[in-house]
Write a protein that binds this ligand. Sequence first.
Ligand code: THU
Length: 130
Amino acid sequence: MSEDLLQAARAAMERAYAPYSKFKVGAALRGANGKIYAGCNVENAAYPQGQCAETGAVAAMVLDGERRIAEALVMGEGAETIVPCGGCRQRLREFADDGLTVHLCDGRGIRRSTTLGALLPLAFGPDHLK
Ligand code: THU
């Protein structure tokens, strides 16, 4: 069922621009509308200006007019199972609740599936500003 997300993340990962870390990452989000939005990490010679894969995927989703993430997957190359960085957990939280399923992958495929609530407990989110 998540095979389409996996394929989108892998394709994005292959296009990542990561000449400094040499660690390519791809992310794929399923919007509530059923469409898939992907992103890759884009590094920069001024290191802090680099962007995570999740950032690009969220931007693609918002640009398309979607505001809810129904399922998320992140893939990093190599043998280690990737987990989203802290900042990207918060980025996902903006458009999803604690129950969001987040699939974590190594370079071969899904290794573990968890929830955003487990990755980012007691999250600050849009509801706090209502
Ligand atoms: N990276 C992501 O793209 N997403 C994450 O959640 C973790 C880290 C990227 C940022 C940087 O280009 C490389 O991985 C090494 O940190």
